[in-house]
Ligand binder design. Structure first.
Ligand code: ZN
Length: 78
């Protein structure tokens, strides 16, 4: 079972369980899913991955790993 966060054309969000992603797609295509708030069958999947955050400054400041010295670009013009 997969839980999807869905959103209707009017922006209502709700969650629903599906057997699989293909089960969701076939139900969505046949308009078998409707919004519990307004009854619309124009449903799309909302972004549900919590790590997808567009806010800036969320990522912890991580120092870049030190490059091995042999990878450092060397100007060898003669
Ligand atoms: Zn709705």
């Amino acid at each position: 079972m997969i839980r999807y966060t869905l959103r209707c054309e009017r922006g209502h969000q709700f969650e629903s369980w599906f057997q699989s992603s293909s089960a969701y797609e076939s139900q969505e295509r046949r308009h078998l899913i409707n919004c519990p708030a307004c009854g619309s069958t124009e449903i799309e999947r909302a972004i549900m991955a919590p790590q997808v955050v567009s806010k800036k400054g969320r990522e912890p400041a991580r120092p870049a790993p030190p490059l091995p010295s042999r990878h450092r670009p060397v100007n060898r013009r003669r």
